[in-house]
Design a protein around this ligand. Sequence first.
Ligand code: NAD
Length: 340
Amino acid sequence: MYKLTLIPGDGIGPEIVDAAKNVIAATSVPVNWEIVNAGLEVYEQEGTLIPENVFESLEKNKIALKGPITTPIGKGFQSINVHFRKKYDLYANIRPVKTLPGIKVPFSNIDLVIFRENTEDLYIGIEKMTTPTTAEATKQISEKGSRRIIKAAFEYAKTNNKSKVAVVHKANIMKLTDGLFLACAREVSKEYPQIQLQEVIVDNMCMQLVMNPAQFEVIVTTNLYGDILSDLCAGLVGGLGLVPGANVGNNMAIFEAVHGSAPDIAGKNIANPTAIILSGAMMLEYLGEKNKSDLICKAVKEVIGQRKYITKDLGGNATTTEMSNAIIDHMLTIKNHINA
Ligand code: NAD
């Protein structure tokens, strides 16, 4: 029995996390969920964003599935997501982006993984007003932080028989910070002579991704570019409702969708549960339950491919519950077929 932490989150979080929990239950992987709450809604009720029991649960269980959490824009508290990533040194934000059958998008052959550095860059939260009319932010890039995410990307490429890794930077302008990241990529790549290093400046990367995304297999980049490119890539495959993610460190892993709390559609049972369900599948693979993870992915593909039970963002009219139930039904059919 796995004891895992479950954080429902804000906005659409509770609806989609519930769907993912039901899908994982249908795999028969034995999970004992410890449900703890963090976020804006907890803050409004309890006056604290992350109650102590959330930290205790994460530190005990080491693996969590997490819903999105709202962060106020331009004021208020630091992002809880950034806080978890920094506190637990979850340095690798891994986001697989794939085209799925049945989704009408310009490219049918996208299959890439983004490795986004998760603890440094402009996300360290050091900003100040240097004069009453000028604001400054600190961008921090370290050799240690850069090497380990780049290494993770190359190791992934090696294990998964990928032939190239693209490092995305803006070292022509930020010669010290992005220059250091690029230099680390060149150094690390020497340990992997069979894998080609593609060096791409971030603005060109945006155009290349929109024109010819299939040329990329693995992308490794700094925190802010990784955040932006993730949403761009999500758009290429049909939207934010489809792309899962993992925040992985040496001692802990938190799995969550790329998208946020989507307040515009919260509480309506219309959010696409795919991204968090696939994040759950990534979690099962991390636990060593590869067959069960594959079962979920296969069922998701079939349900989306058939286009009968898909949510509004994908052009359908199914509710969150109907779509996740259809995924569960497909999983059971696949299981019965295998057992027959
Ligand atoms: P968002 O990702 O929440 O939403 C962007 C757009 O995509 C919206 O139109 C939304 O309806 C749609 N969308 C997102 N997820 C969807 C889904 N599963 N199904 C269908 N449509 C979906 O981004 P935002 O509006 O910029 O941010 C809202 C809040 O979420 C902010 O407070 C932000 O800080 C937070 N956020 C949290 C995380 C996280 O917890 N990891 C990540 C990103 C943003």
